[in-house]
Design a protein around this ligand. Structure first.
Ligand SMILES: NC(=O)C1=CN([C@@H]2O[C@H](COP(=O)(O)OP(=O)(O)OC[C@H]3O[C@@H](n4cnc5c(N)ncnc54)[C@H](O)[C@@H]3O)[C@@H](O)[C@H]2O)C=CC1
Ligand SMILES: C[N+](C)(C)CC(=O)CC(=O)[O-]
Length: 489
């Protein structure tokens, strides 16, 4: 168990607390705001329904969360301390000095600052090498990017240790090699933000029209290929050089007002806030956060299917998590007389429906994953399938016993009812803890993928089946197995 201290538990500190906590860290929070506990509780509720299901493997058991009135108590013994107080350099200096007076010398102190350079934060510190910028993106518990910005005072081993901690909690540390005001991403965001402010101020577009220009077009493109890869594709077969030749001259045309800063007059603030109310005022902030989280999870899980960008990162993190799970690898290791664990994961947000619970098609999805896992156990793995043998499902019966919600940790335990010759009869039971949620009974036939006809399995799978028969052969037939839907009335 590792420990993080969160100093400043607002929007960003709350997000950090959730990411650490749900990745198994104990988290101590210091924030003088009497509402901090309630606010973090609400951020955590959102995180619990969205983050665990982003992975296809279970996250470690949640750590312990505590709130402390004394900053020294919060930071003492912490491995990672994340400063997330408001963007004010004098305040950050004061807080960093208080942290360093009480924390362990080996702790990493990350600052969430959106724009200060690490060398600015380190000014006046007796141990500057312990402080660096770890700039996250909102919502911190879902978005992987953390800009990790060291200065010359941080040694390379320290930076790598910080990066490894971030990887272990599913983040993507982007090492910003040369410190600069506002790092990398906020410089890009600042450019778009300034241009958008001019468009509203000059009456060209409303806040909603600008958001539509982003979300119906280049925003979707950016989420998967960024800027340069997107423009390379836009250059057609001739690629980047052609793109630059075609659009280079525009740089000299009046396509931007970036060099000017619009003054934040009361009139401009009212105009933007009023348009924003008209656009989104029908939703509360927590409601908007949930809509945002639903969309982000769906997009990132889709990218995982493509093994691309943030999705490729999630896949690699899943592999890490899976390596630490209790799933048995071979039939020879299956315990006798008890169903074998074939799935352990959380319910993803995109598995839920308009009734607010896991939707029916996903039960089949989960049971199908369990069947795949069981096939691997008996030796019907990717190599065997590539050799031309596999199983086809001939019949399924799912019973829905109790409902389950997004973020809940589920397990499927599987009993082999029959595994003989070409026949395989499985009974899956899905649980949240010890609460039975559903059962899935499936009858499969071994097939020759060349002829597409059933046939006896090869020796490897026959042996796996024999081992499983020995482990499960003496078990009682589950009460619900073999049941049909009763006639109504
Ligand atoms: N909001 C955003 O989109 C992002 C903000 N950041 C950065 O994160 C930092 C925090 O920003 P937010 O969370 O947005 O601000 P916030 O206003 O939501 O939260 C700041 C928290 O710090 C607490 N605080 C104030 N004085 C304190 C003190 N002396 N000791 C401990 N806690 C104190 C406040 O009570 C509040 O809960 C800033 O440096 C900001 O630039 C980074 C990424 C995104
Ligand atoms: C607007 N902002 C500068 C606070 C933005 C960030 O720092 C990152 C984000 O989450 O957009």
């Amino acid at each position: 168990m590792q420990r993080a201290a969160i100093i400043g538990g607002g929007v960003i500190g709350g997000g950090w607390a959730a990411r650490f906590l749900l990745n198994g860290w104990d988290v101590r929070v210091f924030d003088p705001d009497p509402e901090a506990e309630r606010k973090i509780g609400e951020v955590l509720d959102n995180a619990r329904r969205s983050l665990p299901g982003l992975s296809d493997a279970p996250l470690p058991p949640e750590g312990r969360l505590s709130f402390h009135a004394d900053m020294g108590e919060a930071v003492k013994g912490a491995d990672w301390i994340q400063e997330s107080v408001p963007e004010n350099l004098a305040l950050k200096h004061r807080i960093l000095a208080q942290i360093q007076a009480a924390c362990d010398a080996g702790a990493v102190i990350g600052s969430s600052t959106s724009g200060f350079k690490p060398s600015q934060l380190q000014e006046g510190s007796a141990a500057p090498g312990q402080i660096l910028v770890a700039h996250p993106f909102n919502p911190v518990y879902l978005l992987p990017l953390v800009e990790l910005v060291p200065s010359a005072a941080n040694d390379a081993g320290f930076v790598e240790r910080a990066a490894e901690v971030l990887r272990s909690i599913g983040s993507y540390p982007l090492h910003v090699r040369k410190e600069i005001d506002a790092h990398i991403a906020d410089r890009l965001l600042e450019a778009v933000w300034r241009e958008a402010l001019w468009l509203v101020k000059d009456g060209i577009a409303t806040t909603e029209e600008i958001d539509n220009a982003i979300r119906y077009g280049f925003g979707i493109r950016w989420a998967q290929m960024g800027l340069f890869e997107t423009y390379r594709v836009a250059g057609g077969e001739a690629g980047m050089k052609h793109f630059m030749a075609q659009f280079g001259p525009c740089l000299a045309w009046p396509w931007t007002r970036l060099t000017d800063v619009p003054e934040f007059t009361e009139e401009l603030v009212d105009l933007i806030a009023g348009q924003s109310d008209a656009q989104s005022g029908a939703f509360g902030i927590r409601e908007l956060e949930r809509i945002r989280d639903n969309n982000l999870v769906a997009m990132m899980r889709a990218l995982k299917g493509q093994d691309w960008g943030a999705g490729a990162l999630l896949r690699a993190h899943d592999a890490r998590l899976k390596a630490g799970t209790a799933l048995v690898a071979r039939a020879a290791d299956v315990a006798e007389g008890v169903p074998v664990l074939t799935l352990a994961r959380a319910v993803p947000l995109d598995w839920t429906d308009y009734n607010g619970h896991m939707t029916e098609s996903r039960y089949l999805d989960a049971f199908a994953q369990s069947t795949d896992r069981f096939m691997e156990l008996i030796g019907c793995d990717a190599e065997y399938i590539a050799g031309g043998g596999s199983y086809f499902t001939a019949e399924s019966h799912i019973r829905h016993v109790d409902e389950v919600h997004a973020g809940a940790r589920i397990e499927v335990r599987t009993q082999m009812l029959l595994g003989e010759g070409r026949k395989l009869h499985l009974f899956h039971a899905m649980y949240e803890g010890e609460r039975l949620l559903a059962t899935g009974e499936h009858f499969l036939l071994h097939v020759d993928l060349g002829t597409r006809r059933s046939c006896p399995p090869g020796p490897q799978v026959a042996e796996g089946l024999a081992l499983m028969s020995r482990a499960h052969g003496g078990m009682a037939w589950p009460e619900a197995a073999g049941a049909a839907i009763r006639r109504a009335g």
